[in-house]
Design a protein around this ligand. Sequence first.
Ligand code: ADP
Ligand SMILES: N[C@@H](CCOP(=O)(O)O)C(=O)O
Length: 344
Amino acid sequence: MAKTIIRVPASSANIGPGFDVLGIGLNLFLILELEVDPLLASTDKFNCSISYEGEGSENVPLTSDRNLITKTALFVLRCNGINQFPKTTKIHVKNPIPLGRGLGSSGAAVVAGVMLANQVGKLGFSKQRCLDYCLMIERHPDNITAAMIGGFTGSYLRKLTDCEVALVHQPLDEMLAPHAPAIQAPLDIGTHVKYNWNPAIKCIAIIPQFEVPTSESRQVLPTEYSRPDVIFNLQRLAVLTTAVGAEKPDPQVIYNSMQDKLHQPYRKVLIPGLTEILSGFTPQSHAGLLGICLSGAGPTILCLATNNFERIADDIIVRFKKEGVTCVWKLLEPAVEGATVENL
Ligand SMILES: Nc1ncnc2c1ncn2[C@@H]1O[C@H](COP(=O)(O)OP(=O)(O)O)[C@@H](O)[C@H]1O
Ligand SMILES: N[C@@H](CCOP(=O)(O)O)C(=O)O
């Protein structure tokens, strides 16, 4: 039986000043092993049997209309005139991306779901068209773009027409519900670029052992910002996107460019020790460190560094421990290719 492997990277969004704009695809991959076997029996209403290992295995639902990956795939299939998976679709999910930690697990699940639909429904979508569907579901483009395209990306969403707004801005649960009306994703919702990245720069993820759902972490943010705060971030964003691609990365420039006034200061209420960690770890205190920020909506801390990885991670873990928080850490690097589909 032919097998298809869909691989989607984790991602770290924002990277300091790039709230809802920047993302890095990381080499920690959500993997879907897919087979379609007409002789296989399944009790699933939509013909998809799911098995799952790794992060989330205790809680993630395994019926196709409730699991985020297959729910997304069913939505995309339905939007394209197909009401169920082909008989019988079997997927095995291997997930090393921790859930609710700011490493883009939901973005990866949505990207995987859209690529799954593209594959089983033979829809023939390009990555750009797949992005349209992804961006209807996860409505900030930073994780989705980094996971789909790979590397260090910047993206924005275009202004939608009134009709498109009515289609897209429905509550997500209603849009993905199995009997909701089929809709076509507006074309070219997102625009992205991929920046240069000096491969000597690695990403250290220090991952606290508690979850911060992204929806809750967005609720603590203000709805309006002052002009000085917006300018503060824009200036740093402009410098950071070029500074990490330089032949000789400048630690002080990168460190200063990763400062933020739009999301991190507000998220400290959800993450014990956040302010102290972000201000206490510098290129001066830790040789090799280039910059430090909250990864996505948190609680993971992302450090960019060229060496001294273990020392940097251990010291942050000790600092979190003072707050009663235990962590694990991973040394990662940009996943340059983004999401891939391989037919074996
Ligand atoms: N592999 C997966 N399979 C099914 N659902 C997933 C998967 N990964 C993430 N999710 C869903 O996404 C939620 C986490 O999303 P979110 O709060 O945005 O955090 P993150 O920062 O990890 O993206 C999980 O609670 C779960 O509902
Ligand atoms: N820009 C978003 C990014 C959320 O990323 P996640 O990995 O935490 O889902 C935000 O900061 O809310």
